[in-house]
Design a protein around this ligand. Structure first.
Ligand SMILES: C[S@@+](CC[C@H](N)C(=O)[O-])C[C@H]1O[C@@H](n2cnc3c(N)ncnc32)[C@H](O)[C@@H]1O
Length: 218
């Protein structure tokens, strides 16, 4: 039976073509940025097991091909995005597991994952519950990397493009304050390896945080 939360999730009303059209449009250019960030992290940490939360159509997965990754779990709520991702990467990434689920009801074996990547994902889930869940999945010294959208008065939370279906996200998107996020991860046994901010040509600003899971807290 279909979960009621899924039937109302606005991401289900946005086609893959609209999603990529919006994220890749000249005034937004977020696909390019997010792919670069993911590629840099894969080269730096060389993980063997990776979870990508909100993987959508697999932006950045080209950086996995031929690398050290043995298991890549891509989670997304939108089945069409995963179909596109499977068509693009299913044959070239051994160990690719695409899971169509709501994060809220998704789980993995404890202490089984080297690297969790969550780019523009925490905006759609409960951050405290998500960090707690991720801390259970990560092996000791595993890595959590996040990209958070920062507030910007001159651009709307969802940028204006011709792809108006994206406007469905406006009532649900909740920006996450990086300072609060840093406290949250500390409380769950992570230490910060680094953080940075990047402003795109559109004027939109993003926060990148990389954290290492040291140990479960008390
Ligand atoms: C802004 S996109 C992510 C961009 C992508 N990570 C990248 O690097 O290009 C957010 C994604 O999260 C997915 N998503 C949002 N809420 C979700 C949930 N509760 N469970 C699973 N996936 C979710 C959406 O379907 C969408 O594909």
């Amino acid at each position: 039976m279909k979960n009621r939360r899924d039937t109302v999730n606005p991401w289900l009303s946005i086609s893959a073509a609209d999603y990529e059209g919006h994220m890749g449009s000249p005034g937004v250019r977020q696909l390019e940025f997010l792919s670069r960030v993911f590629g840099g992290l894969m080269r730096e940490f060389e993980p063997e097991s990776v979870v990508v939360l909100g993987c959508a159509t697999g932006n950045g997965f080209e950086h996995i091909e031929g690398g050290r990754v043995r298991r890549l779990v891509g989670l997304d709520i939108n089945p069409e995005y995963l179909d596109v991702c499977r068509t693009r990467y299913g044959e070239n990434i051994p160990g690719l597991e695409l899971v169509r689920a709501n994060f809220v009801s998704f789980d993995l074996e404890a202490a089984s994952i080297d690297f969790v990547h969550a780019a523009l994902f925490f905006e759609y889930v409960d951050p405290a519950a998500a960090v707690e869940k991720i801390s259970r999945w990560l092996k000791p010294l595993g890595i959590l990397a996040v990209v958070l959208q920062l507030p910007n008065d001159s651009c709307g939370t969802v940028s204006e493009t011709v792809f108006t279906s994206l406007k469905a996200l406006e009532p649900t998107i909740r920006l996450v304050d990086p300072a609060l996020f840093a406290r949250l991860v500390r409380e769950h046994g992570f230490s910060e390896l680094r953080s940075a901010r990047e402003t795109l040509a559109s004027g939109k600003e993003f926060f990148l945080g990389v954290y290492r899971f040291e140990s479960a807290q008390g």
